[in-house]
Design a binder for this molecule. Sequence first.
Ligand code: HEC
Length: 161
Amino acid sequence: MHQAQIAIFAALLSLEFTGLATAADPAASGLPPIEPYCHWEQTDLMIVEPLCGLKGDAKRGRAIATDGNRGNCVACHNMPFGDVEGYGTIGPSLAGIGGRYPEGYIRLRVVDTKSFNPASIMPGYYRDPGKIHRPAKIFKGRTFLTAQEVEDVIGFLMTMK
Ligand code: HEC
């Protein structure tokens, strides 16, 4: 593994398992405020309706996908940008993803892949925080991304055709 990849992957693991170790106060951590959770429905391996009925912004989504402290999708996935270093190759390339799958399929993958593939290491970015076993203190009541951030990332993925 490339040095930069190891660094982002380590950052991701600390986010998932221990929370942001140095930031005891969520406000100081740069995390957005805790929001009420929007329940979603899965049918035929898709979540057809946008989370909370929100509309995504592709430009913001691109920033979230590449931000090591937010989506960090590039830790595991290649995406067709020239300006990001240290792509991961643990997951499949997301180049052309918006042309390969319907939006509802992509939404379920980002929201909760483990719901249909328990062995997957793809993080569930919008799982019910009430069902997450012993979250790090800073993640209590939180999803990894907010509903708006998830919709932004999906908006961005749908532009990759
Ligand atoms: C820890 C590694 C990891 C991270 C971080 C990660 N993924 Fe994944 N992702 C995977 C793996 C591995 C797969 C392959 C299928 C599986 O294991 O479920 C996958 C599958 C997918 C798929 C389905 C692709 C296909 O061709 O079927 C999409 C879409 C996806 N990821 C989007 C994202 C987005 C968007 C992010 C960031 C918000 C992200 N992933 C972050 C590991 C990751």
